[in-house]
Design a protein around this ligand. Structure first.
Ligand code: PLP
Length: 387
């Protein structure tokens, strides 16, 4: 029988450049391919597999809930949905005490923007240069450069302007009382794990508070423990008005969420937002299991430890500097990152690229071990620097 790469190519839209292997099994940080190779996964399915692959706790929670029932709509209250929401609120920054469940990162951002328009009555949004927020109409509209490549809709649904990232003076002059919301990623994932300066993030918080705009932290990629805190906003010591999360939230089960405080929640009435699948029981069981496991296995400490080791050992070979936070790191290379990625994959290590051609992105499972870092460092060292 023909291999799945060829079969997918024959019947699916060819919008993804696919990798040259087919996983048939996966355990922790290893992918096992159809050829029997073990590939060390520093990519984590694009920051999704926070618990690694095949974590028994996650698998058990999903199976047990599936045996009870796979689906019930939001028209009925569920013990497992309440549990997931309580656990998520318990790890959220400050006063973010209310949750709305959705199915993806773009959908979480779409709803956050809608809440900002409804609650402020204003018509304009500011985002950051290089930011990525998803591919739907509103999330794509606030994504840097989307209009020049893949946006696809004839017009954006509202006015958008982009603040040059890390430009405090621009933030001060652009955030005025016409702005409904400023949306930003504390650590810009697709841009190459670029961590914004604390001064800039603090200026976003101060200017939005002053002008009455809402600050939306998109933690779809950098949230759920990846930064070494539950949420990167905490590392910047700010509390956003709205926070969005997805990717690692369900450890691989599709889900997303929007969090806000009590004050904002009071402005959102029955029927204002909705979703058929958001907050479904299997996703809720997965969310609860992910949070329980991060806590039971002290994964935030593990993330910080592995980050320290990567910074110490992986600044070798083609790597000129390291940016980012926790286990969302960008290795700035002396050559196109795609070449380094290819070399590493030839030695059975999977890493990611980014929209910055020279940045190799690491987004491994949060259960990464010291021996994995040592192996990556060794391979990078063998590649050597460009002469
Ligand atoms: N926001 C950020 C920061 C992301 O990295 C992504 C996806 O990469 C999204 C939003 C969109 O998430 P999804 O693909 O789940 O819609």
């Amino acid at each position: 029988m023909t291999d799945p790469l060829t079969r997918e190519a024959a019947v699916t839209l060819q919008v993804y450049g696919q990798l040259p292997f087919v996983p048939t099994d996966a355990h922790s940080c290893d992918l096992v391919t159809s050829e029997g190779k073990r590939i060390l996964d520093f990519w984590g399915g694009h920051a999704v597999a926070v618990l690694g692959h095949g974590h028994p706790r996650l698998a058990k929670a999903i199976c047990e809930q599936s045996e009870r029932f796979v689906f019930q709509s939001n028209a009925v209250a569920l013990d497992i949905r309440a549990t997931a929401a309580e656990k998520l609120v318990s790890i959220a920054p400050g006063r973010l005490a209310r949750v709305f469940f959705v199915n993806s990162g773009a959908e979480a951002n779409e709803n956050a923007l809608k809440v900002a328009f409804m609650s402020t009555g204003r018509k304009k949004v500011l985002a950051l240069t290089r930011g990525f927020h998803g591919r739907t109409a509103a999330a794509g509209a606030v994504t840097w450069n989307a209009s020049k490549s893949w946006y696809g809709f004839p017009t954006t649904p509202f006015d958008v302007d982009f603040i040059p990232r890390n430009d405090v003076a621009a933030a001060i002059s652009m955030i005025d009382d016409s702005v409904a919301a400023v949306i930003f990623e504390p650590v810009q994932g697709v841009a190459g794990a670029f961590d914004l300066s604390p001064e800039f993030v603090s200026s976003l918080r101060k200017c939005t508070s002053k002008s009455g705009a809402l600050l939306i932290a998109d933690e779809v990629q950098c949230g759920m423990g990846r930064s070494g805190q539950y949420f990167a906003s905490e590392a910047y010591e700010i509390e956003p008005d709205l926070l969005t999360v997805a990717k690692g939230l369900g450890g691989g089960i599709p889900c997303g969420a929007l969090l806000c405080g009590e004050g904002l929640a009071e402005t959102i009435g029955v029927g204002a937002l909705g979703s058929t699948f958001g907050g479904g029981p299997v996703a809720s069981a997965a969310i609860a299991a992910v949070i329980d496991t991060i806590q039971a296995e002290d994964l935030l400490a593990n993330v910080r430890q592995r980050e320290a080791e990567i910074r110490e050992k992986c600044h070798v070979g083609p790597v000129q500097s390291i940016q980012g936070m926790g286990l969302l790191l960008g290795l700035v290379c002396d050559r196109p990152a795609i070449e380094v990625r290819k070399r590493l994959l030839e030695h059975d290590i999977l890493t990611g690229t980014s929209s910055d051609p020279n940045v190799l992105r690491l987004l491994p499972p949060l259960v990464l071990q010291a021996e994995h870092v040592t192996r990556l460092a060794g391979e990078l060292s063998d590649i050597g620097a460009m002469i």
